[in-house]
Design a protein around this ligand. Structure first.
Ligand code: BTN
Length: 254
């Protein structure tokens, strides 16, 4: 795999492109680190302020959901944002709300798969990993595939999509602006603030799906009806409407 390069992304090049997020983001760029989520968690525990944005050109141990690894290829972006929510905010659905921001910033072709994958034509365009870093404090990690993905290992290369011909700096600015707008609304109204926007981009709406848990039990099968106001998944089975709150499952089209 070749190391991604983002020489154009610097605090002074990002700053003039931000609107909603202007004055609220402190970008720090690392040539290489294990994982921007991990590094930002350390900084959060040492008192780093909300709005600290850590971006790297290369992660040696990029983390994905459910204990998986995250590989970053070509022009792809990997960054983490430190954010704090008011104690009164219900954090349910935070990762889905972040998905809305990322999908909207990436364009009309970007769709959402519960809980927070961003897809293009059924292939993964971007991933989100949110980790707690103290009370009401979140490290929001985002990986976005940009440019050629030729160097991705076989399986991953086939299931991944990428935003072609996009300038990484501009994509980053669009995502951060949209993210701050969504997080501001989320702080006041919770996931309900973006529920309709999530539904509008839902890749599996009204399609037959199977939901696999970690155990060997048979999958839950039914028609996917999107999410409720808390971000829980709704699956209509032959007998009832099931509500699934935990994202620690695998959802597939039948
Ligand atoms: C997923 O499995 O879909 C989530 C992938 C999240 C990857 C990003 S890249 C930046 C941040 N740092 C990490 O180690 N992971 C997240």
């Amino acid at each position: 795999m070749t190391a991604p390069e983002h020489p154009a992304i610097q605090p002074e090049t990002l700053r003039p492109l931000l609107t909603r997020a202007a004055g609220r983001i402190d970008l720090q760029v690392l040539a290489e680190c294990d994982s921007t989520n991990l590094q930002l968690q350390h900084r959060a525990r040492s008192g780093a302020p909300a709005g600290t944005l850590l971006l790297t050109q290369h992660q040696t141990a990029g983390r994905g959901r459910r204990g998986r690894s995250w590989y970053q290829e070509g022009q792809s972006l990997a960054f983490s944002l430190l954010w704090r929510l008011p104690p009164s905010t219900n954090p349910s659905g935070l990762s889905l709300a972040v998905g809305v921001a990322v999908a909207e910033a990436l364009g009309p072709q970007a769709q959402l798969k519960w809980p927070n994958d961003i897809l293009c034509d059924g292939r993964k365009l971007a991933g989100i990993l949110i980790e707690s870093a103290g009370p009401h404090t979140y490290v929001i990690g985002i990986g976005i595939n940009l440019g050629s993905l030729d160097g991705l290992p076989g399986e991953l290369g086939h299931s991944a999509a990428s935003v072609a011909d996009a300038a990484p700096l501009e994509v980053l600015a669009r995502v951060i602006d949209r993210l701050v707008e969504v997080l501001d609304s989320f702080a006041v109204h919770g996931f309900a603030a973006v529920h309709t926007r999530w539904q509008n981009r839902h890749a599996y709406q009204d399609l037959a799906v199977s939901l696999y848990a970690e155990t060997d039990s048979p999958p839950l099968q039914g028609v996917c009806r999107g999410v409720d106001q808390n971000g829980s998944l709704l699956i209509e089975t032959a007998t009832c409407l099931q509500t699934i709150a935990s994202g620690d499952v695998s959802l597939r089209l039948q």
